[in-house]
Design a protein around this ligand. Structure first.
Ligand code: GLU
Length: 306
């Protein structure tokens, strides 16, 4: 059976971009007779209060997209001990090292950048001796990085096709844990998807470039990777990226104006799943769903659709 998942970070109410992702994760799994699990990605508990997580659960049920599996769902904030085990495993293998670099050191103008704007870490702290580590630990708690190989990690995305990165050149050693002890998304997402038995991941193409890192972690940890489907971004009608600050596109406001069937119908139209914005249900869409219906380039919401 296909097992997909929703993995929202509840730092606000859902907006249409988040909903598009949930709808397609649901359709992809259900059209194959599968299930969708829910995991709340609240590693950063300051930014992700339970009230927003509860609102997401309620919004999904209201839209007819309730997750399968246990309720309450999996909360990443409860799983530090699990992440620690996998962190220790990488550490035992000599792949993890403490990084004492400050924010300003990391973001120095001379630092090389990835195409997505993130800094490629120069490896400054990679070769520290035990004495240097002990000395620096007196004044600063380190973050922890994993040492990546000079190797191309390639994969075939179920929607976007071939994608590859050389981890050392294009990405650099990345964080596994922050200085305050919070585990990094890259580690948690791999461990959780593997332990939850997820075999298909549907998510925004802003995470396409994280996938080689994650595939490498799957390999190093001896875990089985899922199939990935990355979605085009959903943009506001003026071409801006939707964000949680776009109040008018948040579920809070949309629920006041429309029925669930109206929202699903309009969104399905914008995503190429049906020819008109007529009200519909996820079940009806699942009967004809095919990935070839979904555009590969960014989707601009037609003006006055919502
Ligand atoms: N929690 C992430 C987000 O809401 C999604 C992570 C993933 O799908 O791998 O953007």
């Amino acid at each position: 059976m296909s097992t997909g998942r929703y993995a929202p970070s509840p730092s606000g109410r859902m907006h249409l971009g988040n909903l598009m992702c949930c709808l397609l994760a649901w359709l992809s799994a259900k059209s194959k007779g599968g299930q969708v699990l829910l995991r709340i990605e609240d590693l950063d508990t300051q930014r992700c209060p339970r009230s927003y997580a509860d609102a997401i659960v309620d919004d999904l049920a209201w839209l007819g997209l309730a997750a399968d599996g246990p309720m309450p769902p999996v909360y990443q904030s409860d799983r530090s001990e699990i992440y620690q085990r996998y962190f220790d495993e990488l550490s035992r293998r000599g792949l993890v090292y403490p990084c004492f670099c400050s924010r300003s050191q990391l973001h120095a103008a001379s630092a090389p950048h990835r195409s997505d704007g993130q800094v490629i870490y120069a490896g400054t702290c990679r070769g520290l001796t035990p004495a240097e580590i002990a000395e620096r630990s007196k004044t600063r708690a380190p973050a922890w990085r994993v040492q990546v190989p000079d190797e191309v990690i390639a994969f075939e995305d179920g929607h976007m096709g071939h994608y590859e990165e050389n981890l050392a050149r294009d990405c650099g050693d990345f964080f596994l844990r922050r200085a305050d002890g919070v585990f990094a998304y890259q580690l948690a997402v791999v461990v959780d998807d593997a332990l939850m038995g997820v075999d298909e991941v549907v998510r925004g193409s802003d995470l396409l470039s994280s996938t080689p890192r994650q595939l490498w972690l799957y390999r190093e940890l001896g875990l089985t990777p899922p199939k990935f489907y990355h979605l085009p971004l959903l943009l506001a009608s003026d071409g801006r990226r939707l964000s949680k600050r776009d109040g008018d596109q948040s579920l809070e406001n949309l629920r006041e104006k429309y029925t669930p069937e109206e929202i699903i119908g309009k969104l399905a139209f914008a995503c190429g799943l049906q020819a008109s914005p007529a009200p519909t249900t996820p079940q009806a869409l699942a009967r004809t769903f095919d990935w070839s219906q979904v555009p590969k380039s960014d989707i601009v919401l037609p003006e006055n659709l919502f």
